[in-house]
Design a protein around this ligand. Structure first.
Ligand code: GDP
Length: 452
C-alpha cells in the first residue's frame, strides 16, 4: 500500500475561516512547494521552521502564506511534510491545491496521512484509530479517553502481554523441532500461570469497553413513564429547547426520540419513550415494544411519575423496574401541583421531586444524574477500550487462550498448543497492527476525513 506519491489535502475543515492549512506529505513535499513559493529557498531551510512568503501561479499572486517544514523522519507521517497556512477562503484554498497538483502532488485519500504514519512506523494501529476518535470527541471524557489511547497506554499493555506469549510460543515451537524426543522446554505449569494472568488482563480490558463505549458514544438514559407525566417537557428543559413535542393528549410521544446533552463533561444520550402502557393502538404498540428494547440497553432508567398519580401505582411500577436490574431513578414531576399533604403521600418512595414545566429542580437533577452514572470520576489514566474492533480481537484472543488452557489440562501434542498460542498472538496483533490485512486497513482509514 505504500507509494512514493506526494499527497496533498486541506487539513482544516472545508468552508471559510481565518486560516486554512494545506498539508503535503512525501519525498517531493518540500520541493513541490518551493516551486510555487516566493520569498526564500525552502529546500535550503532547516526542519521545524516557519517561512513567510507568497504562493504564485506564474505572474498571479494567490496568497500570502506561512509554510511550515518538517523533514523526514521527524514528521507526523515520517516523510517530508510541508504545511501551508493560507487565508481561509475556499477559492484560495482550491486554487493552491490545484496548483500543487499541477506541480506534481496527488490529492490525498481519506486518512492517508495517518495511514502513512502507521505504515512508516510512526504509530501503531490502535493509536492511529485514537486519532480518529480524538477528532470526533465531543465531550471532556471522550477526549481524555482518546488522548490516553493515542499516547499509547493501551498498546503498551498489549505489547507486554504479547511478548510474554511469544516467549512461550517459541519454546513450544522448539519442542516441535525435537520431534520424537520427549522434551518439554515450556513448563506447562508456568504457561498455565501466564495464561491465567493474561486472561485476567483481557477480562478487565473487555469489561472496560462498557465504560469506554459509554464515554465515547454517550450514556444511554431511558426516560420512561406513563403518558402525560411530563417526559417531553423534562427533555426540553434539559436540552433547553423545543425538541420533543409537548402536548396534552396522552400518548403523543409515539416513537423514541434521542437527544444528546453534555453534563459536567459527560455526554448523555436521552431516550424519550412512548409510555410503558398496554395499548391497542398499533403505532403506539410498536413504540412500546421499542421502549422495552431500549430499556435493556440503558445505563440508567429514569422512571417518571407525576404528583397527581396514586402512590400505589408508582410502587407497583417500581417493582417492575427493580426486576429489570438496571440502575434507575424515580422522578415525581409537577411538584407545583402537590396537594396539601405535599411529599408525605409519597413516603417510602425514594424519589426526586421537580417541576419540569417551571424548570424547578432541573439543575439539581443534572447533579443527581452525574452521581448516578458515576462516570465523571473515572480515572482515564486507566486503560479503557473504546473500539468495537479491539473488543472483538480481545474476545478472540481470550477464546484462543481458553483452548490453550484446555489443551494443557488434557495433554495433547505440542503442535496443538503452538497453534492456539499462535492464534492468540494473531488476534492481539490485529489490535496493534502487527498483523494487518489490506481490507482491515482500508476499513479503518476510510473512516477518516480527507486531510488527516
Ligand atoms: P409526556 O407525555 O410524558 O411526554 O408529557 P408532556 O411533556 O407532553 O407533558 C404533558 C402535560 O403536562 C403538558 O401539558 C405539560 O405542559 C404538563 N406538564 C409537564 N411538566 C409539568 C409540571 O412540572 N407541572 C405542571 N403543572 N404541568 C406540567
Amino acid at each position: 500500500m505504500t507509494d512514493t506519491d506526494t499527497i496533498v489535502a486541506l487539513s482544516t475543515p472545508p468552508g471559510s475561516g481565518a486560516i486554512g492549512v494545506i498539508r503535503l506529505s512525501g519525498t517531493q513535499a518540500i520541493s513541490i512547494v518551493s516551486r510555487v513559493f516566493k520569498g526564500k529557498e525552502l529546500e535550503a531551510q532547516e526542519t521545524h521552521t516557519l517561512h513567510f512568503g507568497l504562493i504564485t501561479d506564474g505572474n498571479i499572486v494567490l496568497d500570502e502564506v506561512v509554510v511550515g517544514l518538517y523533514k523526514t523522519p521527524r514528521s507526523y507521517t515520517r516523510e517530508n511534510v510541508a504545511e501551508i497556512s493560507c487565508h481561509g477562503s475556499n477559492y484560495i484554498i482550491q486554487q493552491i491545491i490545484q496548483l500543487l497538483i499541477r506541480k506534481g502532488a496527488r490529492a490525498a485519500r481519506p486518512g492517508e496521512f495517518t495511514l502513512r504514519a502507521f505504515l512508516n512506523g510512526g504509530m501503531d494501529l490502535s493509536r492511529a484509530e485514537a486519532v480518529a476518535d480524538l477528532i470526533a470527541s465531543n465531550s471532556k471524557a471522550s477526549h481524555e479517553v482518546a488522548m490516553q489511547q493515542m499516547r499509547g497506554g493501551f498498546s503498551k499493555e498489549l505489547a507486554a502481554l504479547r511478548d510474554q506469549l511469544i516467549h512461550f510460543a517459541s519454546m513450544i515451537e522448539l519442542e516441535l523441532d525435537f520431534g520424537e524426543e520427549d522434551v518439554e522446554f515450556a513448563n506447562r505449569g508456568q504457561l498455565k500461570q501466564l495464561i491465567l494472568q493474561i486472561g485476567a488482563v483481557l477480562d478487565r480490558l473487555i469489561a472496560s469497553f462498557e465504560t469506554g463505549n459509554v464515554l465515547k458514544n454517550g450514556v444511554p438514559v431511558v426516560i420512561a413513564g406513563k403518558p402525560n407525566v411530563g417526559k417531553s417537557t423534562l427533555l426540553n428543559a434539559l436540552l433547553n429547547e423545543e425538541r420533543a413535542i409537548v402536548s396534552d393528549i396522552a400518548g403523543t410521544t409515539r416513537d423514541t426520540i434521542e437527544d444528546e446533552l453534555n453534563i459536567g463533561g459527560v455526554l448523555f444520550r436521552f431516550i424519550d419513550t412512548a409510555g410503558i402502557r398496554e395499548t391497542a393502538d398499533l403505532i403506539e404498540a410498536q413504540g412500546v415494544a421499542r421502549t422495552r428494547e431500549k430499556m435493556k440497553q440503558a445505563r440508567l432508567i429514569i422512571y417518571m411519575a407525576d404528583a397527581l398519580q396514586q402512590p400505589a401505582e408508582i410502587r407497583a411500577q417500581l417493582e417492575e423496574l427493580q426486576a429489570l436490574d438496571i440502575p434507575h431513578l424515580v422522578l415525581i414531576n409537577k411538584a407545583d401541583l402537590l396537594g396539601a399533604e405535599g411529599k408525605e403521600a409519597f413516603a417510602g418512595i425514594d424519589a426526586f421531586f421537580l417541576s419540569a414545566k417551571e424548570g424547578k429542580g432541573v439543575e439539581d437533577l443534572k447533579k443527581v444524574l452525574l452521581e448516578k452514572v458515576n462516570l465523571h470520576r473515572i480515572n482515564t489514566d486507566e486503560t479503557l477500550v473504546t473500539n468495537i474492533r479491539h473488543v472483538e480481537a480481545l474476545k478472540n484472543t481470550s477464546a484462543a487462550l481458553e483452548r490453550v488452557l484446555q489443551h494443557i489440562d488434557a495433554p495433547v501434542a505440542s503442535d496443538f498448543l503452538a497453534m492456539d498460542i499462535r492464534q492468540a498472538l494473531h488476534y492481539l496483533g490485529e489490535i496493534t497492527g502487527t498483523v494487518t490485512t489490506d481490507d482491515l486497513l482500508e476499513n479503518i482509514f476510510s473512516k477518516f476525513c480527507i486531510g488527516k
